[in-house]
Design a binder for this molecule. Structure first.
Ligand SMILES: *Cc1c(COP(=O)(O)O)cnc(C)c1O
Length: 501
């Protein structure tokens, strides 16, 4: 595939008022987070037109990825990107990002056919490879120590992505009582010589705050440097995570056109089950780069902090935290929202809002910013009963088995449709295999569930005839390698201990 006129794209921190400290894409991937605590964003946005869309329409998924990524990650060659994308997406079961049609009109984009059966694989199978290349490109002497806080799916996907990747180590912290049994088993049985997994006595925000504190701890950073290590992140705040997620929106759009659901150039709406705001923000970037997306529907579960934000302009994390059946969306601080604020209101306001969020737990955007957000975003949420009812209805009426995260999005998409019965096609993102949350899905469909998640998967499979994906079979027979759980204050000690090895 030929490429022409590729402009170099530099990256700036969302909190850099001058926007003067511009760095390369390789440097941004290597660092993960900016020294001022901000997140990296492209200083200029690549543009794609109809020609580009028709160009990639007939290409394989890895070729689409290389084409799109090449415009954002301009210090990687086309050859490097294609070869890494081919390796990254070879471990998927079939086409990496297939569309499913339900009820004639609606399209569902399934992003969970990777090795851990959740959408995080879409980015985390390729990001470690990009990071590894970035170490060479930036002349880095130290090896990368990846620290990640996970609400469930990121952890396993990151472990699987980094496992035995040269010059990297990975340590994953998860909320000890905030992940599903299958998610926990997937992580604590992780294989690989460069991996470590640790529970945190707290919720996801405690784990994420703990990780952020370690990133800001100068003593820790110099102690690790003494051991030939530097800290980086695999969380969705790393640009290397976000960039590969842009690809599947372009890919899905092309596939909708190939299926005759739209014509190239028609606008679509996109509904995304949202937690840390990474997946939906990738759709926003795709739109900003010219993909014809009209509205983005931000779907939340009972932890509806984002729904309230989009309707009132006030982000207020001072509220009760609920543990739900869609744990990857149980989040009160959606880190990537900072990138959206930067894009809409610039670095100064963003820095002020982030300061207020950490000092007071809330902030309110200006009327102008709120209006700009409302032009693109609609926020909806679905509670636990709505989610279960949606799972049942999708199965009974459509024969479609949805996991709770996907069901939240489908329920929100229906609410949006009721409020705005426009003519655009709606693409809803499906983020996990129903078998990752088999107990909840089985209960929603049949009214009861066994305590044992593995048994639930077998029962769900015999009830529906839908097979359990290979990576989720036989988990209970694997050896548990990591059983520790620590208090948030002791996370730093765990990291240092791992650095000693
Ligand atoms: C991570 C995750 C989400 C939320 O994605 P964000 O990018 O954090 O908004 C939704 N569903 C599943 C299954 C996930 O793993």
């Amino acid at each position: 595939m030929s490429r022409y006129n590729i402009r170099e794209v530099k990256y700036v921190s969302t909190r850099d008022a001058e926007g003067s400290a511009k760095i390369s894409s390789a440097e941004a991937i290597k660092r993960g987070i900016a020294p001022d605590g901000g997140l990296y964003m492209p200083a200029s946005m690549p543009r794609f037109g109809i020609m580009d869309l028709s160009q990639i329409s007939k290409a394989t998924y890895p070729a689409r990825a290389a084409y799109i990524l090449g415009r954002y990650l301009t210090d990687f060659t086309a050859g490097e990107l294609l070869s890494e994308a081919e390796k990254a997406y070879s471990g998927f079961d079939g086409y990496p990002a297939p569309l499913r049609g339900v009820s004639g009109r609606e399209s569902i984009l399934e992003l969970w056919h990777g090795p851990t059966c959740a959408f995080k694989d879409m980015a985390l199978q390729i990001m470690p490879r990009l990071l590894s290349l970035s170490l060479g490109k930036t002349g880095e002497k130290n090896d990368a120590m990846i620290l990640t806080a996970t609400s469930g799916d990121t952890g396993k996907a990151a472990l699987e992505g980094f496992r035995d990747v040269p010059r990297t180590r990975i340590m994953v912290f998860y909320p000890a009582h905030g992940v599903s049994a299958v998610q926990r088993l997937q992580m604590v049985t992780q294989e690989g010589s460069n991996v470590r997994v640790c529970g945190v006595n707290g919720n996801f925000d405690d784990a994420q705050t703990g990780v952020k504190r370690i990133f800001g701890d100068r003593e820790m950073i110099s102690a690790l440097a003494g051991k030939g290590l530097f800290l980086s992140s695999a969380n969705s705040i790393n640009w290397g995570r976000l960039a590969p997620q842009i690809v599947y929106y372009f890919s899905a759009y092309c596939d909708m056109a190939s299926e005759g659901k739209i014509k190239l150039g028609d606008e679509i709406d996109v509904c995304v089950p949202t937690g840390n705001f990474g997946d939906i923000f990738a759709a926003y970037i795709a739109k900003a780069s010219g993909l014809p997306i009209a509205r983005l529907i931000c779907a939340s579960n009972r932890n509806s902090v984002l729904t309230d934000f989009f309707s009132t302009g006030t982000y207020d994390r001072r509220r009760e935290f609920y543990t739900t059946s869609s744990p990857s969306m149980d989040i009160l601080i959606s880190s990537n929202l900072e990138r959206l604020l930067w894009a809409v209101c610039g670095p100064e306001e963003t820095a002020a809002h982030m300061k207020a969020l950490s000092a007071d737990g809330c902030y309110t955007v200006s009327a102008e910013t709120k209006a700009a957000l409302s032009e693109v975003f609609s926020g909806y949420y679905a509670g636990e009963e709505e989610c279960a009812a949606q799972i049942k209805r999708m199965w009974d009426e459509e024969g479609y088995l949805a996991d709770p995260h996907t069901a939240v999005a489908l329920a929100c998409a229906e609410k949006y449709r009721r409020d705005c019965p426009g003519g655009r096609r709606l693409l809803t993102v499906s983020t996990a295999s129903p078998y990752k949350f088999a107990g909840s899905v089985l209960e929603a469909i049949s009214g009861s569930r066994p305590d044992d998640e593995t048994k639930a998967a077998d029962m769900l499979s015999s009830l529906t005839g839908v097979p359990v994906p290979a990576p989720l079979r036989g988990l209970d027979r694997k050896t548990v390698r990591f059983s520790a759980a620590v208090d948030p204050e002791d996370m730093a000690g765990e990291v240092l201990g791992f650095g000693e090895m």
